[in-house]
Design a binder for this molecule. Structure first.
Ligand code: PMP
Length: 322
């Protein structure tokens, strides 16, 4: 659908996948006024299609819109439209366990101008694409590179919303980490370069002997929907969960003393991603013998059981599409 100041959001439509027409001076191309979301549609074991917490994605989209001075969407309408689209593309939802239809709602500023200001016109569109199983054969613990050279987001910046610039800022560190054989970068805070923030496209958890710790949302971390789900599940399982600052020294000491039992990332793409090794300042630290731990496995099993309809979801997270 389209937005301009006079008409607001208008002309909602479903059309075949096609290139967008943009003026070369469109604001998004220069000043990165772009926000997006990522969620998945799963084909359940009963043949019904399920979305995981889609209202939360719509709410986060609007939070991103406010921060980026973009017009909010009507969350109910946008979700209904998204569901309609998934219904139309139902045949593209892969049936194998782990695979899904990835859904990418996006909003961009389209006004043609060279001045730095919020656009007065926008496109909102939704891209769909089938994606294969994240784990081809079981869980594979990943290797993570801790950078104290680059930062992803700064206090007061836009790190806690889903906007393109955050990912652009992360590219160089990610490429350098990949060239060294690591899957993703673990970011530290911009000020002291000590406190753990998040991984490339995941939030991060550390399971110590007595508690599960994840960095508190300081304003430069994306509030992940999977992160929130993991906190709720763990608490309901009787595991104390702390959202607090955690330094990289505390993590390393935890590995050295054996107090740190597990480390894993959380996000829509992988759901749970066990971390088997951290590299920090030219030292490598192996976690849990490089193996997937029981908590990561249990969380993964539980969340995917809701997503594929193998288990009743007691939290109201699943939206079934008939
Ligand atoms: N952090 C970043 C930077 C991300 O891109 C994502 C993926 N959306 C996450 C964390 C995890 O968020 P979610 O659980 O909502 O997918």
């Amino acid at each position: 659908m389209d937005y301009d100041r006079d008409r607001g959001w208008h002309n909602p439509r479903i059309c075949p996948y096609q290139p967008l027409v943009l003026d070369p001076a469109a604001i998004v191309l220069h000043y990165a006024q772009t926000i997006f979301e990522g969620l998945k549609a799963y084909l359940g074991v009963d043949g019904r299609v399920r979305l995981f917490r889609p209202k939360d994605n719509m709410a986060r989209m609007n939070r991103s819109a406010r921060r980026m001075v973009m017009p909010e969407i009507n969350e109910t309408f946008a979700l209904e439209a998204l569901i309609e689209l998934v219904r139309l593309e139902r045949e593209w939802i892969p049936s194998e366990r782990g695979a899904s239809l990835y859904i990418r709602p996006t909003m961009i500023g389209t006004q043609a101008t060279l001045g730095v200001k919020p656009s007065c016109s926008y496109y909102y569109y939704v891209i769909l694409s089938p994606v294969g199983a994240y784990y081809a054969e079981g869980f594979n613990p990943v290797k993570i590179y801790v950078t104290d050279r680059y930062v992803r987001a700064v206090p007061g910046g836009v790190g806690d919303v889903k906007t393109g610039g955050n990912y652009a800022a992360s590219l160089m560190a990610s490429e350098e980490a990949k060239a060294k054989g690591f899957t993703q970068v673990l970011w530290l805070d911009a000020k002291e370069r000590r406190f753990v923030e998040e991984v490339g496209t995941m939030n991060i958890f550390f399971y110590f002997e007595d508690e599960l710790v994840t960095p508190e949302l300081t304003g430069s971390i994306l509030p992940g929907i999977t992160r929130d789900s993991v906190i709720k599940l763990a608490r309901d399982w009787g595991i104390p969960v702390a959202e607090r600052r955690i330094s990289i020294e505390e993590v390393i000491e935890g590995i050295a003393t054996g107090r740190l039992k597990e480390c894993f990332g959380t996000g829509t793409a992988a759901v749970i991603s066990p971390v088997g090794l951290l590299r920090y300042q030219d030292q490598e630290y192996v976690i849990n013998g490089g193996q997937t731990g029981p908590l990561a496995q249990r969380l993964f099993n539980e969340l995917t059981a809701y997503q594929y309809g193998e288990k009743e979801d007691p939290y109201g997270w699943i939206k079934i599409i008939d």
